[in-house]
Design a protein. Structure first.
Length: 113
């Protein structure tokens, strides 16, 4: 994994092509990069992030902020229903209920708040 300006890149190596290729994994937008050496892949990762940010600025589009506080989960409809019901019983919305569960009794709540 690599990090630059809050964006995280995941790498794979294609042995047949002799090529590293990577993608940014903490954004909904598709950002990819490739290179043939460690130095080149690091540089291309940063260039890809900078090009993405420049593109967004030029087109008046807000870049997908990897640290915006949004989390998308794929869960079963049954689990989602159960979570909504549990949140309602505690007079909370689902977001507040989930945050409460993540930050209490988990051993890392003091690091998050």
């Amino acid at each position: 994994m690599m990090e630059y300006k809050g964006y995280i890149g995941r790498l794979e190596f294609d042995d047949e092509a002799g090529l590293f290729h990577g993608e940014i994994i903490n954004t909904r937008d598709v950002i990819t990069f490739q290179g043939t050496s460690v130095e080149e892949i690091k540089r291309e990762f940063q260039v890809s992030v900078d090009v993405y940010l420049d593109f967004c600025a030029e087109h008046g589009k807000a870049p997908d902020n990897p640290n915006a506080g949004h989390l998308v989960l794929d869960i079963s409809p049954e689990l989602q229903t159960a979570m909504i019901q549990a949140a309602r019983q505690e007079h909370k919305n689902l977001d507040a209920w989930i945050v409460d569960r993540l930050t209490t009794g988990s051993g890392f709540s003091s690091q998050l708040v």
